[in-house]
Design a protein around this ligand. Structure first.
Ligand code: PLP
Length: 228
């Protein structure tokens, strides 16, 4: 059953990339497995999926050790400082860094654990008061303060735009996120400025996100079904 979902979504991603002149290989599918059981994640792994996203540290700590070790885990939820140590031990990428304090803590814990992790800066592109993330004009200041180290790579930006019934309404925000990332890369503020990661687009709007330059799309519902 989820085999079909994976096949369909992968086909859609590839077609959408080709239609807008992109190499399908430049779009990574992140399977969002929050609140989904280990058995289902194992099935997804058997479908060839190796990139997964989780939102809750406690839940991830319970699931990750029982899952294949070749899975690449991204954290996409809100991260509290007191969970930074555990997050640094479980995840290969933290997509939701929005403060210098958090970046510094992650670097410290990754170093202590002899791990190398990547981070994305979460941008509050819709300037929503209740939402986490850095205001667009503050990303540059934050990037200039984060100290690069072997334990932490700053790979790009992530965004969760305001919910919209029509994905076209989100297009300008995806575009603004990509333009922001490009201007920061031009100032050499990422770890690999020729290869910046843009995590944007979910089940309801990923084709538009791909058209606007997403390199990681985060899909839950369309792969695993609705969450409880
Ligand atoms: C849950 C979640 C997703 C997946 O959303 P779907 O609509 O189920 O595809 C993507 N990104 C973030 C940050 C999430 O929390």
């Amino acid at each position: 059953m989820i085999t079909t979902n994976f096949q369909q979504i992968r086909d859609q991603i590839a077609q959408c990339a080709l239609d807008c002149g992109r190499d399908p290989q430049t779009v990574q599918l992140l399977a969002v497995s929050k609140r989904k059981p280990i058995e289902l994640i194992k099935q997804a792994r058997l479908c060839g999926q190796t990139l997964f996203g989780e939102n809750y540290i406690q839940e991830a700590a319970e699931k990750i050790p029982s899952l294949p070790s070749d899975i690449n885990w991204h954290f996409i939820g809100h991260l509290q400082s007191n969970k930074a140590k555990l997050a640094a031990s479980l995840f290969d990428c933290i997509q939701t860094v929005d403060s210098l304090k958090l970046a510094t803590l992650l670097a410290k814990h990754a170093t202590a654990q002899n791990r190398s992790i990547s981070i994305l800066i979460q941008v509050n592109i819709g300037r929503e008061e209740q939402k986490a993330g850095v205001a667009p004009e503050e990303v540059e200041g934050l990037l200039t303060q984060i100290r690069e180290s072997t334990s932490i790579r700053v790979s790009g930006l992530m965004t969760i735009p305001p919910l919209a019934a029509d994905p076209e309404a989100t297009r300008p925000l995806f575009r603004a996120t990509r333009e922001l990332a490009e201007s920061l890369a031009a100032k050499q503020l990422f770890s690999d400025n020729d290869n910046i990661q843009l995590s944007m687009g979910m089940s309801g709007d990923f084709p538009v996100a791909i058209q606007e330059g997403a390199t990681i799309i985060r899909i839950g519902t369309a792969l695993f079904g609705a969450r409880e």
